[in-house]
Design a protein around this ligand. Sequence first.
Ligand code: MN
Length: 236
Amino acid sequence: MTNTTYLWAPTPTPSVAVQGSAQRLPVHRLFFVGRNYHAHALEMGKPVDKSVERPFYFTKSPHTITASGATTPYPAQTHNYHFEMELVVAIGKAGFRIAAEDAHEYIYGYACGLDMTRRDLQLAARDKGRPWDLGKDVEHSSVCSAIVPMPGTVIESGAIELAVNGQVKQHSDVSRLIWNIREVIADLSLFYGLQPGDLIYTGTPEGVGAVVPGDHLVGHVQGVGEVTLTVGPARA
Ligand code: MN
C-alpha cells in the first residue's frame, strides 16, 4: 500500500454539525433548486407553470458551506447581496433514478439554510444567458445549521421564515413548494447519482432582499430549527 503525498495539505473536507452527535456530516455536493415557490418566482419576474416546466438546479462548491452563527464578509463585486431562506435536505444514501414514493429512504435529515446571492450578478448573467456562478457560487454563501437527523421523514409542511435585525422579511410554508421534497429528489436523481452528504437547498419563498454590513439574520423552519448569520464588513 502506498501513501499518497501532496504538494501541500489538502483542503479539509467541508462538513456540517449534526444535532445530538459529536460526528459531523461530510458534505459531498451542494444542489439548489431554482424558483420553487410561486410567489418568489413572480417577484423574480419568472412565473412557473408546473404543468409544462420541470425544476432546474444550480450547484455551488461544497467549500462555500458556512456554519450557522458565522460572521461572513460582505462579498466582493456586488452592491446587492441577498438572503434566501431555505429548507435543506441532507441525503444519507446513494441513489439513482429514485422513484418519488421511495424518496424518503434516501433522506438523512434536514437543516435550515441560507442561499446568499449576489443578486446583481445573478440577474445580469441570467438576462445575458450566461452561467450563474458569479452570482451564486459566492465564498461563504451556503449557510447551514446543524443537520437534524430525521431518517425516512418527508417534511411536507411547516412555517419557513427569515428576519433581518428582528424584522420579518420572509414568511411562508414548506407546503407551498412547487416541487415538493419527494419530487425534487426523484427529479434530481435523474441527472445525478445522489450520494450521502449531498445537500439539497429546496428553494426560497418570497420576500428576498438585500443585506448590508452589520445585519443579523435569523431564519427558522418549523420542526427543524434555526439558522443565523451576521454580515461583516467587506474584505480589505
Ligand atoms: Mn435559492
